[in-house]
Design a protein around this ligand. Structure first.
Ligand code: MG
Length: 167
């Protein structure tokens, strides 16, 4: 087995940090929704936060499987105030677009280093990011469609309450 290169090792360590920051950001968004008594919106974000921890752990395991070393850095403080559900989901979507860029950069480096194991490993994340962007954007579009008014938000809140820990 080819040991992972130093550049990829360092980039994946940064990615682990980014995934844990994502979890922290979504948990902060969940807390914001809980403070507004929107338990369904909060549920969606809490499920999302758990998924991000799973992403971080996938990278963690991969580094060791490839003979690298994990070095954890400090996690950036997430913001805690937003101007309503639409801004929260717009930011969640924008955040996922940034994460996709990071994954794509990792893939480009893995390609240039002819590290095929890392390229195959990243394939799962490339698929996952398509889903992450689409699911955040779908909620942005729904909020835009129904507006941020009481009745519509409560219906959407009930829908988002149904999200379980599927995968
Ligand atoms: Mg992620």
């Amino acid at each position: 087995m080819m040991k992972i290169g130093k550049k990829l090792e360092s980039m994946i360590n940064k990615q682990i940090n980014a995934e844990f920051y994502s979890a922290y950001l979504y948990l902060s968004m969940a807390a914001y929704f809980d403070s507004m008594n929107l338990g369904g919106f909060s549920n969606w974000m809490r499920v999302q936060a758990k998924e991000e921890l799973g992403h971080g752990m996938k990278f963690y395991k991969f580094v060791y499987e490839r003979g690298g070393v994990v070095k954890l850095d400090g996690i950036q403080k997430p913001k805690s105030e937003w101007n309503g559900p639409l801004t929260v989901f717009e930011e969640a979507y924008a955040h996922e677009v940034e994460v996709t860029k990071m994954i794509n950069e990792l893939f480009e480096v893995a390609k240039s280093e002819k590290d095929s194991a890392t390229q195959v490993f990243l394939g799962w994340f490339i698929d996952e990011q398509v889903e992450e962007e689409a699911s955040a954007d779908a909620i942005v579009q729904k909020i835009k469609m129904v507006g941020e008014k009481g009745n519509a938000l409560i219906l959407l809140d009930h829908e988002l309450a149904k999200r379980g820990e599927g995968k």
